[in-house]
Design a protein around this ligand. Structure first.
Ligand SMILES: [Zn+2]
Ligand SMILES: [Zn+2]
Ligand SMILES: [Zn+2]
Length: 252
C-alpha cells in the first residue's frame, strides 16, 4: 500500500466513498476515485497511449476494472453524480461550442465588421448616475435585481461628464430573455435623479478568431461564435433603430 491518505483521492482530494474504494484500479494499490479514473481513461481515448496508474505508471486494465467492480453504465452515472459535475459540464460546453464553431466555413458572413448581433439576455442601459453605479446597488431586489436573475453586470464610463450622451453605461446579463425584456420595459425612460435612463438590448459582434475560421479558445469570450439568426442581426449603424423596432414588437 502506498503512502496516500486513506480516505481522500490523491488527485482531486475529494473524500472517497464506498464505491470509489471498490474500484481498486491497480495492482500496486494506488487508489483514486471513480471520477478521476474515468477522467484518465477518457484522456487516454484521445491520445490512445493507454490510461496509466498515476502511482506506478502501469497501464490500467480497463476491461478487468469494469468487469470486476461495476458496470460501465453505473460508472458513468456515478461520475455524472459526483460533485465534480462542474468539470464534466465545462467539458461538455467546450465540446458544444466547438461543434457550433465548425459551421463557419460553410456560410461566410458578409461584411462581418459591420454586423452586430442582438444579445437577448443582455440589457444595455445608458445614463446611470454615478451614485447608483455600483454592482451592489444595481443588483438589489428593488433595483435591477427585481426583473430576474442577474448573471453579470459591467459598469462603464461612470462619472464622466453627464452631459455626454452615453455616460453611465451599464451592461446587465440576465439568465433569460424574458427577464431582460421586463427590465428594458421598466427601465427605459425611467427618470432617475432627474435624468431619463435609456435601455435596449445589448449587441455584440462576431468573434474575430471565429471569423478567421479558427476555434476561439478564450474561455470567456463574449463575442459570437456561431451564425446568428437573421432576426438577431443588424448593422452597426442601425442598432438603435433595430432595438426600438424590436421593443415595439414586444409591446403587442
Ligand atoms: Zn479523484
Ligand atoms: Zn499502479
Ligand atoms: Zn471568441
Amino acid at each position: 500500500m502506498s503512502t496516500q491518505a486513506k480516505d481522500k483521492c490523491p488527485l482531486c482530494m475529494e473524500t472517497m466513498d464506498l464505491t470509489d474504494k471498490q474500484l481498486k484500479p491497480c495492482k500496486c494499490g494506488y487508489e483514486i476515485c471513480l471520477w478521476c479514473w474515468h477522467h484518465i481513461m477518457e484522456m487516454d481515448q484521445k491520445d490512445e497511449c493507454g490510461g496509466r496508474c498515476p502511482g506506478c505508471r502501469s497501464i490500467y486494465n480497463k476491461d478487468r476494472i469494469l468487469g470486476t467492480s461495476i458496470s460501465n453504465q453505473i460508472l458513468k452515472e456515478l461520475c455524472a453524480d459526483k460533485s465534480n459535475l462542474q468539470h464534466e459540464q465545462m467539458k461538455l460546453q467546450k465540446q458544444k461550442s466547438a461543434t457550433n464553431q465548425l459551421r463557419v466555413a460553410e456560410e461566410p458572413i458578409d461584411h462581418p465588421d459591420n454586423v452586430r448581433v442582438i444579445q437577448r439576455k443582455l440589457v444595455y442601459i445608458i445614463g446611470m448616475p454615478s451614485e447608483f453605479a455600483s454592482e451592489k446597488i444595481l443588483r438589489q431586489k428593488n433595483f435591477l435585481g427585481q426583473y430576474g436573475k442577474i448573471e453579470n453586470i459591467i459598469i462603464d464610463n461612470i462619472g464622466a461628464n453627464q452631459q455626454i450622451p452615453d455616460s453611465g453605461r451599464v451592461y446587465v446579463t440576465y439568465s433569460r430573455e424574458e427577464e431582460a425584456v421586463l427590465c428594458i420595459e421598466a427601465v427605459n425612460g425611467f427618470i432617475l435623479d432627474g435624468r431619463p435612463l435609456k435601455a435596449t438590448f445589448g449587441v455584440t459582434r462576431y468573434c474575430h478568431i471565429w471569423l478567421s475560421n479558427k476555434v476561439c479558445q478564450k474561455p470567456n469570450c463574449s463575442y459570437v461564435h456561431q451564425k446568428a439568426l437573421p432576426e438577431d442581426v443588424c448593422t452597426k449603424d442601425d442598432v438603435g433603430v433595430f432595438c426600438a423596432r424590436y421593443k415595439l414588437l414586444l409591446a403587442f
